[in-house]
Ligand binder design. Structure first.
Ligand code: ADP
Ligand code: ZN
Length: 427
């Protein structure tokens, strides 16, 4: 579709969705009335800026069914957000919603080169989390054979990957690394497995992490992004060009705003990602503030797709730590950790407050080979800590203490990983 055709379609759909929520969701009707707006005021996609924002707090205040627009009899599935940053919120889907989601997921998998001949394992958690069932439906839609492995029982999963000749996998990037580690321990080598495609998402990850996973599992790793409030995985997906993730913008209209002033920002500028669902029936949302930070890119991609792309998520605005007045993102630490070959791609930030002063400690794990080689040479360990501390300081602009830990001692996650322990909040 040309940009003009897309914008025309989006405008029509926006008008319809505003009309729909105006008549079916008291929360939105009141908000629009307070702003002196009626659905007739929204006729083109440019009118979107007139609409009110929706926040996570609005979702919580109206949980579980306050923002549901479809009657209960039309809802055929209920999921919940993972609750990474607080209580999970409930989302209901109609049959049409599940169909759109499945279609978007199939678009993503097709973009990753997955098709009928693949055996594809879904190792996102099945359950209330949208990852498992969301990916599952898409794999069936493209006609590959789905292996609903879910998380847990990683050794069994590793054997299945080898014995069935599984060619593709969907999971969090941190679980992919855990799987690689488990396979290495079990003595399963890259030439015994047929994995070639990974659909990784549900948490932020860096280019360094991608290289690491690709190298260890022998596959090509693609980014897939989504959130339950909007749909689930496949709100956007990478293509072979891997220069940003294409947004399914015929269903989810993206904007970037300045999270402080709420002003819309032009393409290319980093800010908070905001989505309006253009076709959703169960729980449509207007201008939902994701708190995810990234920028948007327009223009035809070398893969031929014309839909808008988003850059990798740099962090969540609520993931951002303020340490001694300086903004710190876990992803900054990750980018440093991944440049050091002595260290495993695993880390934890521990923040505390001592005598009214914030402190930051970065815990990392040594790689096994390096650990074995340096166990008896404290000087080498000391030097490595200093090297890491210096690198961190130059990237973060604040000093961090470094703690080098033995291999396998930082907790592994099977779903989304926790990277921060903030002890300041506990007091
Ligand atoms: P919660 O917000 O409780 O974690 P979800 O399970 O719906 O609920 O998770 C959605 C969030 O996960 C997104 O808002 C984003 O922060 C993160 N996320 C999902 N996919 C990606 C991805 N590919 N890259 C970075 N972050 C992602
Ligand atoms: Zn592309």
């Amino acid at each position: 579709m040309s940009r003009d055709q897309m914008r025309e379609l989006q405008g029509k759909r926006l008008h319809k969705i505003v009309e729909y929520v105006y008549h079916n969701v008291p929360f939105y009707r009141e908000k629009l009335q307070q702003m002196d707006l009626t659905p007739e005021d929204i006729t083109t996609i440019d009118d979107i800026v007139k609409l009110p924002f929706t926040t996570k707090k609005d979702l919580r205040d109206n949980d579980p069914f306050g923002l549901q627009a479809a009657p209960a009899s039309e809802i055929i599935r209920i999921h919940a957000s993972s609750g990474t940053t607080g209580n999970p919120t409930i989302v209901g889907y109609t049959r049409k919603d599940i169909g759109v989601w499945t279609e978007c997921m199939a678009r993503s998998l097709t973009s990753f080169g997955v098709g009928r001949d693949d055996i594809f394992s879904v190792a996102y958690g099945y359950g209330l989390f949208t990852g498992g069932l969301g990916a599952h439906n898409g794999v069936e839609k493209v006609g590959a054979a789905v292996v609903p492995a879910s998380t847990g029982n990683t050794e069994k999963h590793a054997r299945l990957i080898r014995d069935l000749g599984i060619t593709g996998i969907a999971c969090t990037p941190s679980y992919a690394l855990y799987l690689a580690e488990t396979m290495e321990k079990m003595g399963i080598t890259k030439d015994q497995i047929k994995l070639r495609t990974g659909a990784f998402g549900a948490e932020p990850w860096t280019e360094g992490m991608r290289q690491e996973i690709q190298q260890r599992l022998g596959l090509k790793g693609y980014n897939i992004y989504g959130l339950s409030e909007i749909m689930g995985p496949s709100v956007s997906y990478e293509c072979d060009a891997q220069n940003g993730s294409h947004i399914n913008e015929d269903h989810f209209f993206p904007e970037i705003i300045n999270p402080e002033t709420l002003e819309p920002l032009p393409y290319g500028q980093t800010g908070e990602l905001v989505f309006t669902t253009l076709t959703k029936e169960g729980m449509p949302v207007l201008r939902y503030r994701t708190r995810d930070l990234c920028s948007l890119m327009e223009g035809r991609c070398s893969c031929g797709r014309t839909n808008v792309r988003m850059t990798a998520i740099e962090g969540r605005s609520d993931d951002m730590l303020i340490i001694r007045g300086i903004n710190v993102f876990p992803s900054q630490v990750e980018s440093v950790v991944l440049t050091m070959e002595e260290i495993a791609p695993r880390y934890m930030l521990v923040v505390d407050r001592v005598n009214n002063l914030d402190t930051l400690m970065v815990q990392v794990e040594l790689r096994q080979e390096y650990f074995n080689a340096t166990m008896d040479t404290p000087a080498a360990i000391d030097e490595l800590s200093k090297k890491l501390a210096n690198k961190l300081k130059s990237v973060l602009s604040i000093a961090a203490k470094v703690q080098l830990k033995a291999p396998g001692t930082i907790e592994r996650s099977q779903g989304k990983s926790t990277r921060v322990i903030d002890n300041r909040k506990l007091k």
